[in-house]
Design a protein around this ligand. Structure first.
Ligand SMILES: Nc1ncnc2c1ncn2[C@@H]1O[C@H](COP(=O)(O)OP(=O)(O)OP(=O)(O)O)[C@@H](O)[C@H]1O
Ligand SMILES: [Mg+2]
Length: 320
C-alpha cells in the first residue's frame, strides 16, 4: 500500500488536534521531494506552523528544501480576495445597477458562516490546477478533523448553492425575454449570452472537477495521524466513516508518539500498558491501514535535523 501512495497527486493529512499532522505532512513532503517529486505542502490550518517546522519563514509561498515548497493559506485573506475576484469578474459584464445587487448578494453569501472554508476550498482548486504544470504532488496539512471534513463536504454544498443561483438566473432571464418581446427563441439566447450565468456555470464546473478529483482513489488519498489514546481513536473511527460516506479514498494511518519501551517507574509502566491496550484496539479496528508507527522523540520536532529523524523513521517503515 505504501508504495502506491507515491503515485497519487494529492495526499491529505488529517487527525485530531496536536497528534502530529503538520509534522507528518512535512516529513512526507521531504520524502517525496527526495524521491524526485516536485512537491508542494499546503497548510490549510489558520494557525500556521509549517514554516516553523523547517525553521523557514514562508511568506504565503516559499521554498522549504530542494524540490519542496510550502504554501500557507490565510483563510481570512483568501476570503476577501475571493469576494473581490468574483466582483471583478462580474463588474465588466453587468450594468452598474445590477452590479450593486450582485455585490450585495456576494457579500451576504460570503459573510455567512463557512465562507472562509469556501474561500480555502477555492484556493484548493487553484492548487489542483497547478498540478502537472508545476508540481507532481500536493500534500495538504489540514486543520483538526471536524474542520477538514467540513471542507471536504463543501463541493456538494457549494454545488447546491450555485445550482440554486443558476436556476434563479435562468428564471429571471426567461421572464425578461418573455416580457421584452414574447418571442420564445429569445429565451434561449438570453441564457446563452448571459455573462453572469456563464460565470456561475464555470464555477459549477470547477467544483465538479474538484469533487471528481477528491473521490478518485488513483489521485487522492487521506492519511490519518493518531496517537494510541482513546479520543484520537474514536475521532479517527468517526472520520473514517464520514470519508466513506463521501466516497473519499483513505490511504492509511500513522500512529505517532509511541512511548519508548524503557518505561522504568510505575507511572510510565502504567501509561505504556494503557498505550498497549489502545494499540491493540487500533490494530483490531484499522490494522490493514497502518502505514507507520513513530516513536515519541525526546525533543519537539523543530528544524531540519529533528525533521530528518522523522523522515528516516518513516522511510524505513514505508519501505518495509
Ligand atoms: N513523534 C514525535 N515526537 C516528539 N514530538 C512530536 C512528535 N510528533 C509531533 N511532535 C510534537 O508535537 C507537537 C504537535 O505536533 P504537530 O504540530 O505536528 O501536530 P498537529 O496535529 O499538526 O497539531 P495541530 O492540530 O495543532 O495543527 C509539536 O510540538 C511537535 O513538534
Ligand atoms: Mg498542525
Amino acid at each position: 500500500m505504501a508504495a502506491s501512495l507515491w503515485d497519487k497527486k494529492a495526499l491529505f493529512f488529517g487527525g485530531k488536534g496536536g497528534v502530529g499532522k503538520t509534522t507528518c505532512a512535512a516529513a512526507f513532503g521531504l520524502l517525496a521531494a527526495q524521491r524526485g517529486l516536485k512537491t508542494l505542502v499546503v497548510s490549510t490550518d489558520p494557525a500556521h506552523n509549517l514554516g516553523d517546522i523547517f525553521a523557514v519563514h514562508i511568506n504565503e509561498e516559499g521554498e522549504l528544501a530542494p524540490n519542496l515548497w510550502g504554501y500557507e493559506i490565510d483563510p481570512a485573506k483568501e476570503s476577501s480576495r475571493y469576494i473581490a475576484q468574483i466582483k471583478e469578474q462580474l463588474k465588466n459584464v453587468v450594468s452598474p445597477v445590477i452590479m450593486e445587487e450582485i455585490e450585495r448578494q456576494v457579500e451576504a453569501a460570503y459573510s455567512a458562516p463557512g465562507s472562509e472554508e469556501a474561500a480555502v476550498f477555492d484556493k484548493f482548486i487553484d492548487m489542483l490546477e497547478r498540478l502537472d504544470r508545476e508540481f507532481d504532488l500536493l500534500i495538504f496539512d489540514t486543520a483538526p478533523t471536524g474542520h477538514t471534513l467540513r471542507l471536504l463536504s463543501l463541493p456538494e454544498l457549494l454545488a447546491a448553492w450555485i445550482d440554486r443561483l443558476i436556476k434563479q438566473r435562468e428564471k429571471a432571464n426567461r421572464l425578461l425575454a418573455m416580457a421584452a418581446v414574447g418571442a420564445p427563441d429569445l429565451k434561449d439566447r438570453a441564457n446563452r449570452e448571459d455573462p453572469v450565468l456563464s460565470t456561475l456555470k464555470r464555477r459549477q464546473e470547477r467544483f465538479g472537477r474538484a469533487r471528481d478529483f477528491l473521490v478518485d482513489s488513483q489521485q487522492a488519498a487521506f492519511i490519518f495521524v493518531l496517537n494510541a489514546e482513546k479520543l484520537p481513536i474514536l475521532e479517527t473511527k468517526k472520520a473514517l466513516s464520514v470519508l466513506k460516506k463521501n466516497h473519499i479514498p483513505v490511504g492509511g494511518i500513522i500512529i505517532n508518539r509511541l512511548l519508548p519501551e524503557t518505561a522504568a517507574d510505575a507511572f510510565w509502566s502504567q501509561r505504556k500498558r494503557r498505550e498497549a491496550e489502545c494499540l491493540a484496539e487500533i490494530e483490531r479496528s484499522f490494522g490493514d491501514l497502518i502505514l507507520a508507527r513513530l516513536p515519541l522523540l525526546p525533543d519537539d520536532i523543530y528544524g531540519r535535523a529533528a525533521l530528518d529523524q522523522v523522515v528516516a523513521l518513516l522511510a524505513r517503515q514505508l519501505a518495509a
